[in-house]
Unconditional design. Sequence first.
Length: 277
Amino acid sequence: MNNYDTMLAGLKDLVDNPTPRVPVALCLDVSGSMTGTPIRELNDGVQQYLTEIQEDDLTRYSVETALVSFATGAECVSDFEMAERIQQPQMQAGGITCMGEGVSLALDLLEQRKNAYKATGVDYYQPILVLMSDGAPNGDPRILNEAVQRVQDLCGQRRLTVIAVGIGPDADLDMLARFSPRRKPVHLHELQFREFFAWLSQSVANVSASLPGDEADLDMDTLDALEAEPWPADTLCGGGKPPHKAIGEGVRKKLIKRPLQGNCGGLIKEKALLLVL
């Protein structure tokens, strides 16, 4: 299927299923420092996230995910799709860390998808951009600075929420802080990809169960706790769910039975989330 056919298929999906969308862009560092165990665990964590999104009665119809990888340059691994349609390749590590190029591509994909929502009259929640990195950027400094400025502008307009997370001892927390003007970066000292993606899938479920325009309940206390100390192994047993606030079943059933349509009276309130790891 070529890009034009893919675009038409995506628009048809929006017409056939007008459930309000939660667009999630995973922007993943696959540079040389991720070789070996890190890239294997990252691949496993992404697959876990996609599986949990598919298994949830609400998120399987509302959450659309795009995969962007960056190393020596940036690549769109998969454009926005429902989780069940994503054929996740096994990402390979190698090259330098072109973080600015990765963020720029992810933001471009988010803008294109928002335009598709508007064109088809589908409501959407604030986009979620997950940027994962274990090191310092060493791509084009001009592109990096432009990406930082785009993020900060969106945050200043309250159209983007940034959660910055650095992986391991070599993560550039100062740079991640530039991408996260409203909260300090979370620093994970171990390869806690399973724990993080379990948290992410539950946070996305919380957003899906809310109403467009409401503040997203991201349970940041749980994520901060992950920075301080790894969760016990049995925390992830039986579905891999971290400790979290229960989602009201009444709200979920109401949204499933009567999905919101249109553009909230012509006004779309964006609440974007940028996760930087």
